[in-house]
Design a protein around this ligand. Sequence first.
Ligand code: CAA
Length: 249
Amino acid sequence: MSDEQKIALVTGGIGGIGTAICQRLTKEGHRVIASYYPPLADEAQTWQQSRIAEGMNIDIIAGDVSSAQDSVRMITEIVNQYGPVQILVNCAGVTRDRTFRKMSTEEWEVVLNTNLNSVFYVTKPVWNKMLQLGFGRIINISSINGQRGQFGQANYSAAKAGMHGFTMALAQEGAAKGITVNTVSPGYTETPMTLAMRDDVRNAIIAGIPMQRMGHPEEIAAVVAFLAAKENGYITGANIPVNGGLFMH
Ligand code: CAA
Protein backbone atom coordinates (compact mmCIF):
# COMPACT_ATOMS: atom_id res chain seq x y z
CA MET A 1 0.00 0.00 0.00
CA SER A 2 1.41 3.40 -0.83
CA ASP A 3 2.25 5.84 1.96
CA GLU A 4 1.12 9.45 2.30
CA GLN A 5 3.37 11.49 -0.01
CA LYS A 6 6.57 12.77 1.58
CA ILE A 7 9.53 14.72 0.25
CA ALA A 8 12.43 12.28 -0.02
CA LEU A 9 16.04 13.16 -0.80
CA VAL A 10 18.39 10.38 -1.89
CA THR A 11 22.04 11.45 -2.05
CA GLY A 12 24.01 9.51 -4.62
CA GLY A 13 20.58 8.97 -6.12
CA ILE A 14 21.79 8.29 -9.65
CA GLY A 15 24.21 5.54 -8.53
CA GLY A 16 23.70 1.78 -8.50
CA ILE A 17 21.87 1.39 -5.19
CA GLY A 18 20.61 5.00 -5.21
CA THR A 19 18.69 4.45 -8.45
CA ALA A 20 16.78 1.47 -7.05
CA ILE A 21 15.98 3.45 -3.89
CA CYS A 22 14.65 6.40 -5.94
CA GLN A 23 12.50 4.07 -8.04
CA ARG A 24 11.12 2.26 -5.03
CA LEU A 25 10.32 5.39 -2.99
CA THR A 26 8.59 6.86 -6.05
CA LYS A 27 6.49 3.69 -6.36
CA GLU A 28 5.57 4.13 -2.69
CA GLY A 29 4.08 7.49 -3.64
CA HIS A 30 6.81 9.84 -2.41
CA ARG A 31 8.16 12.96 -4.15
CA VAL A 32 11.75 11.90 -4.73
CA ILE A 33 14.75 14.09 -5.43
CA ALA A 34 18.04 12.45 -6.42
CA SER A 35 21.21 14.38 -5.75
CA TYR A 36 24.30 13.87 -7.87
CA TYR A 37 27.95 14.89 -7.76
CA PRO A 38 28.04 18.17 -9.81
CA PRO A 39 30.57 16.99 -12.45
CA LEU A 40 28.07 14.25 -13.38
CA ALA A 41 25.48 16.70 -14.75
CA ASP A 42 25.28 15.02 -18.18
CA GLU A 43 24.88 11.53 -16.67
CA ALA A 44 22.23 12.92 -14.33
CA GLN A 45 20.20 14.34 -17.26
CA THR A 46 20.37 11.00 -19.07
CA TRP A 47 19.41 9.22 -15.86
CA GLN A 48 16.37 11.45 -15.42
CA GLN A 49 15.26 10.81 -19.01
CA SER A 50 15.48 7.05 -18.37
CA ARG A 51 13.26 7.43 -15.32
CA ILE A 52 10.74 9.48 -17.34
CA ALA A 53 10.74 6.66 -19.93
CA GLU A 54 9.82 4.32 -17.06
CA GLY A 55 6.95 6.65 -16.14
CA MET A 56 8.66 8.09 -13.06
CA ASN A 57 8.91 11.77 -12.36
CA ILE A 58 12.05 12.06 -10.22
CA ASP A 59 13.80 15.38 -9.84
CA ILE A 60 17.56 15.75 -9.79
CA ILE A 61 19.76 18.28 -8.03
CA ALA A 62 23.50 18.86 -8.08
CA GLY A 63 25.16 18.72 -4.69
CA ASP A 64 28.70 18.04 -3.56
CA VAL A 65 27.93 16.27 -0.31
CA SER A 66 31.61 16.28 0.67
CA SER A 67 31.27 20.06 1.07
CA ALA A 68 29.38 21.51 4.04
CA GLN A 69 28.68 24.70 2.12
CA ASP A 70 27.34 23.02 -1.00
CA SER A 71 25.19 20.66 1.08
CA VAL A 72 23.53 23.63 2.79
CA ARG A 73 22.99 25.28 -0.60
CA MET A 74 21.42 22.09 -1.96
CA ILE A 75 19.05 21.61 1.00
CA THR A 76 18.02 25.28 0.89
CA GLU A 77 17.07 24.92 -2.79
CA ILE A 78 15.09 21.75 -2.09
CA VAL A 79 13.21 23.31 0.82
CA ASN A 80 12.38 26.41 -1.23
CA GLN A 81 11.12 24.38 -4.17
CA TYR A 82 9.40 21.39 -2.54
CA GLY A 83 9.22 21.97 1.21
CA PRO A 84 11.07 20.29 4.07
CA VAL A 85 12.83 16.97 3.55
CA GLN A 86 10.95 14.29 5.52
CA ILE A 87 12.82 11.23 4.27
CA LEU A 88 16.59 11.47 3.90
CA VAL A 89 18.61 8.59 2.47
CA ASN A 90 22.35 9.18 2.77
CA CYS A 91 23.54 6.93 -0.04
CA ALA A 92 26.42 8.86 -1.66
CA GLY A 93 29.67 6.97 -1.43
CA VAL A 94 32.93 6.22 -3.22
CA THR A 95 35.75 3.70 -2.95
CA ARG A 96 39.51 4.12 -3.25
CA ASP A 97 40.57 0.55 -2.53
CA ARG A 98 44.28 0.14 -1.76
CA THR A 99 46.29 -1.85 0.74
CA PHE A 100 47.07 0.38 3.70
CA ARG A 101 50.80 0.39 3.00
CA LYS A 102 50.04 2.07 -0.37
CA MET A 103 47.06 4.23 0.64
CA SER A 104 47.64 7.97 0.25
CA THR A 105 46.32 10.68 2.54
CA GLU A 106 44.24 11.90 -0.41
CA GLU A 107 42.62 8.44 -0.76
CA TRP A 108 41.83 8.45 2.95
CA GLU A 109 40.39 11.96 2.89
CA VAL A 110 38.22 11.64 -0.20
CA VAL A 111 36.54 8.50 1.18
CA LEU A 112 36.06 9.94 4.68
CA ASN A 113 34.71 13.22 3.30
CA THR A 114 32.37 11.68 0.75
CA ASN A 115 31.10 8.73 2.80
CA LEU A 116 31.11 10.00 6.39
CA ASN A 117 31.46 13.78 6.67
CA SER A 118 28.74 14.05 4.03
CA VAL A 119 26.30 12.42 6.44
CA PHE A 120 26.86 15.27 8.89
CA TYR A 121 26.78 17.94 6.18
CA VAL A 122 23.48 16.80 4.64
CA THR A 123 21.65 15.71 7.79
CA LYS A 124 22.49 18.89 9.71
CA PRO A 125 20.41 21.28 7.54
CA VAL A 126 17.34 18.96 7.52
CA TRP A 127 17.38 18.00 11.20
CA ASN A 128 15.85 21.05 12.88
CA LYS A 129 12.86 21.04 10.53
CA MET A 130 12.28 17.35 11.24
CA LEU A 131 12.29 18.18 14.96
CA GLN A 132 9.77 20.97 14.40
CA LEU A 133 7.54 18.75 12.25
CA GLY A 134 7.73 15.87 14.71
CA PHE A 135 8.44 13.46 11.88
CA GLY A 136 11.49 12.23 10.03
CA ARG A 137 13.08 9.15 8.52
CA ILE A 138 16.85 9.09 8.12
CA ILE A 139 18.41 6.04 6.50
CA ASN A 140 22.17 5.77 6.21
CA ILE A 141 23.49 3.35 3.61
CA SER A 142 26.57 1.82 5.15
CA SER A 143 28.20 -1.49 4.19
CA ILE A 144 29.03 -4.96 5.39
CA ASN A 145 32.62 -3.75 5.28
CA GLY A 146 31.87 -1.22 8.00
CA GLN A 147 30.74 -4.13 10.18
CA ARG A 148 33.56 -6.60 9.58
CA GLY A 149 36.37 -4.64 7.85
CA GLN A 150 37.79 -5.52 4.45
CA PHE A 151 41.31 -6.08 3.17
CA GLY A 152 42.18 -3.07 0.98
CA GLN A 153 39.50 -0.81 2.48
CA ALA A 154 40.86 0.81 5.65
CA ASN A 155 39.40 4.14 4.48
CA TYR A 156 36.00 2.79 3.40
CA SER A 157 35.57 0.46 6.40
CA ALA A 158 36.37 3.32 8.80
CA ALA A 159 33.88 5.66 7.12
CA LYS A 160 31.12 3.05 6.94
CA ALA A 161 31.59 2.01 10.59
CA GLY A 162 31.47 5.69 11.53
CA MET A 163 28.12 6.08 9.81
CA HIS A 164 26.50 3.62 12.17
CA GLY A 165 27.97 5.34 15.23
CA PHE A 166 26.31 8.50 13.95
CA THR A 167 23.05 6.59 13.42
CA MET A 168 22.97 5.29 17.00
CA ALA A 169 23.71 8.70 18.53
CA LEU A 170 21.21 10.60 16.40
CA ALA A 171 18.57 7.91 16.89
CA GLN A 172 18.63 8.73 20.59
CA GLU A 173 18.23 12.45 19.93
CA GLY A 174 15.31 11.88 17.54
CA ALA A 175 13.54 9.08 19.40
CA ALA A 176 11.10 11.17 21.40
CA LYS A 177 10.49 13.53 18.46
CA GLY A 178 9.05 11.18 15.83
CA ILE A 179 12.33 10.81 13.95
CA THR A 180 13.85 7.41 13.30
CA VAL A 181 17.47 7.01 12.24
CA ASN A 182 18.66 3.68 10.92
CA THR A 183 21.51 2.11 9.00
CA VAL A 184 21.21 -0.38 6.16
CA SER A 185 24.38 -2.37 5.52
CA PRO A 186 24.40 -3.93 2.06
CA GLY A 187 26.77 -6.73 1.23
CA TYR A 188 28.19 -7.10 -2.25
CA THR A 189 25.53 -5.72 -4.59
CA GLU A 190 25.39 -5.65 -8.41
CA THR A 191 26.45 -2.07 -9.09
CA PRO A 192 29.22 -0.24 -10.98
CA MET A 193 31.11 -0.04 -7.66
CA THR A 194 31.47 -3.81 -7.31
CA LEU A 195 31.99 -4.20 -11.08
CA ALA A 196 35.07 -1.98 -10.72
CA MET A 197 36.75 -4.62 -8.55
CA ARG A 198 39.29 -6.97 -10.07
CA ASP A 199 37.51 -10.04 -11.47
CA ASP A 200 39.55 -12.49 -9.38
CA VAL A 201 38.88 -10.58 -6.16
CA ARG A 202 35.15 -10.29 -6.93
CA ASN A 203 34.80 -13.95 -7.85
CA ALA A 204 36.56 -15.05 -4.68
CA ILE A 205 34.17 -12.91 -2.63
CA ILE A 206 31.05 -14.28 -4.39
CA ALA A 207 32.28 -17.84 -3.76
CA GLY A 208 32.25 -17.05 -0.03
CA ILE A 209 28.69 -15.68 0.08
CA PRO A 210 26.29 -18.28 1.51
CA MET A 211 23.66 -17.34 -1.10
CA GLN A 212 26.35 -17.71 -3.82
CA ARG A 213 25.35 -14.50 -5.56
CA MET A 214 25.56 -10.75 -5.22
CA GLY A 215 22.59 -8.76 -4.02
CA HIS A 216 20.26 -6.91 -6.35
CA PRO A 217 19.92 -3.14 -5.75
CA GLU A 218 16.14 -3.66 -5.49
CA GLU A 219 16.74 -5.87 -2.45
CA ILE A 220 18.43 -2.96 -0.68
CA ALA A 221 15.72 -0.54 -1.80
CA ALA A 222 12.98 -2.75 -0.35
CA VAL A 223 14.53 -2.45 3.12
CA VAL A 224 14.93 1.30 2.74
CA ALA A 225 11.25 1.63 1.79
CA PHE A 226 10.28 -0.43 4.83
CA LEU A 227 12.27 1.83 7.17
CA ALA A 228 10.92 4.97 5.47
CA ALA A 229 7.29 3.97 5.90
CA LYS A 230 5.26 6.00 8.36
CA GLU A 231 3.93 2.83 9.97
CA ASN A 232 7.46 1.70 10.88
CA GLY A 233 7.94 4.22 13.64
CA TYR A 234 9.33 1.92 16.32
CA ILE A 235 12.60 0.82 14.70
CA THR A 236 15.45 3.22 15.40
CA GLY A 237 19.21 2.97 15.83
CA ALA A 238 19.20 -0.38 14.00
CA ASN A 239 21.77 -1.64 11.54
CA ILE A 240 20.02 -3.94 9.10
CA PRO A 241 22.29 -6.30 7.16
CA VAL A 242 21.29 -7.15 3.58
CA ASN A 243 24.21 -9.33 2.61
CA GLY A 244 23.14 -12.83 1.54
CA GLY A 245 24.46 -14.26 4.79
CA LEU A 246 28.07 -13.13 4.25
CA PHE A 247 28.28 -11.60 7.73
CA MET A 248 26.04 -12.63 10.61
CA HIS A 249 26.18 -11.23 14.10
N1 CAA B 1 43.23 -11.27 2.53
C1 CAA B 1 44.53 -11.48 2.81
N2 CAA B 1 45.52 -11.18 1.95
C2 CAA B 1 45.20 -10.68 0.76
C3 CAA B 1 43.85 -10.43 0.41
C4 CAA B 1 42.85 -10.77 1.34
N3 CAA B 1 41.56 -10.58 1.09
N4 CAA B 1 43.84 -9.89 -0.82
C5 CAA B 1 45.12 -9.78 -1.22
N5 CAA B 1 45.94 -10.27 -0.28
C6 CAA B 1 47.38 -10.33 -0.30
C7 CAA B 1 47.92 -10.98 -1.55
O1 CAA B 1 47.93 -12.38 -1.40
C8 CAA B 1 49.31 -10.38 -1.64
O2 CAA B 1 50.13 -11.03 -0.69
P1 CAA B 1 51.75 -11.09 -0.88
O3 CAA B 1 52.22 -9.66 -0.97
O4 CAA B 1 52.19 -11.80 0.35
O5 CAA B 1 51.95 -11.86 -2.16
C9 CAA B 1 49.08 -8.99 -1.15
O6 CAA B 1 47.91 -9.01 -0.35
C10 CAA B 1 48.83 -8.05 -2.34
O7 CAA B 1 49.04 -6.77 -1.88
P2 CAA B 1 48.94 -5.55 -2.88
O8 CAA B 1 49.20 -4.32 -2.10
O9 CAA B 1 49.82 -5.79 -4.08
O10 CAA B 1 47.44 -5.58 -3.26
P3 CAA B 1 46.74 -5.84 -4.65
O11 CAA B 1 47.09 -4.74 -5.56
O12 CAA B 1 46.90 -7.22 -5.11
O13 CAA B 1 45.19 -5.68 -4.25
C11 CAA B 1 43.31 -4.45 -3.53
C12 CAA B 1 44.78 -4.70 -3.34
C13 CAA B 1 43.03 -3.86 -4.92
C14 CAA B 1 42.84 -3.45 -2.50
C15 CAA B 1 42.56 -5.77 -3.38
O14 CAA B 1 42.91 -6.31 -2.14
C16 CAA B 1 41.06 -5.59 -3.41
O15 CAA B 1 40.45 -5.27 -4.43
N6 CAA B 1 40.40 -5.88 -2.28
C17 CAA B 1 38.96 -5.94 -2.23
C18 CAA B 1 38.42 -4.67 -1.81
C19 CAA B 1 36.94 -4.80 -1.76
O16 CAA B 1 36.36 -5.75 -1.27
N7 CAA B 1 36.29 -3.77 -2.28
C20 CAA B 1 34.87 -3.74 -2.29
C21 CAA B 1 34.42 -2.77 -3.34
S1 CAA B 1 32.69 -2.74 -3.46
C22 CAA B 1 32.19 -1.98 -2.09
O17 CAA B 1 32.93 -1.44 -1.33
C23 CAA B 1 30.71 -2.00 -1.85
C24 CAA B 1 30.44 -2.55 -0.52
O18 CAA B 1 30.05 -1.81 0.35
C25 CAA B 1 30.57 -3.99 -0.28
